[in-house]
Design a protein around this ligand. Structure first.
Ligand SMILES: [Zn+2]
Length: 175
């Protein structure tokens, strides 16, 4: 429906933003959170990088959304067929690109492989996508006192989700 994209909405939000949720998602061009969740200007506070990993700039950004903008929901959204995840599984560095990101995802791959040695192909990718989301959530709660306090005090929730690039569906992950 493409809500909240009008010039009027722009004028309404000129004096400040009041997003209701923050999202950490992959930078993949098929996974735009505003399109996935049909949101417009001023609705959601979006942080993106390849592989939706938690690193200092992402932590600071999401802590700002929780502590200063008072969003009540932080979603870490991964997706099927994630190139960063596939590259980490393949053990490569994509010609030197993604090296910092692969340093974060590769240990997740090792963990999944040791817990579920029988997985291969797409089922391994799916398992690592989910484990990588959990790893990001754990990292946020561990590294950000602002976010962990908000969760403890029930001012905010942190939820994982997987976006399916083949059909546009979002599956929420239970913790
Ligand atoms: Zn991706």
């Amino acid at each position: 429906m493409h809500p909240n994209t009008s010039a009027q909405r722009m004028a309404e939000t000129t004096s400040g933003q009041k997003p209701f949720a923050a999202i950490l998602s992959c930078a993949d061009s098929r996974v735009s959170p505003e399109l996935v969740f049909d949101r417009g200007i001023g609705d959601i506070f979006v942080v993106r990088n390849a592989g939706n990993v938690v690193e200092p700039a992402a932590i600071d950004s999401l802590a700002y959304a929780v502590g200063h903008l008072h969003v009540s929901l932080v979603t870490v959204m991964g997706h099927g067929d994630c190139g960063a995840v596939r590259t980490a599984i393949a053990g490569g560095t994509e010609n030197g690109f993604l090296s910092h990101i692969l340093d974060i995802i590769s240990p997740v791959v090792s963990r999944v492989r040791s817990l579920k040695p029988g997985l291969a192909g797409d089922s391994l990718v799916q398992a690592v996508v989910q484990a990588n989301i959990s790893n990001s959530i754990d990292g946020l709660l561990r590294e950000s006192e602002v976010i962990s306090r908000a969760v403890r005090q029930r001012d905010a929730m942190v939820l994982g989700a997987v976006y399916d690039t083949s059909n546009g569906r979002v599956a929420w992950l239970s913790r």
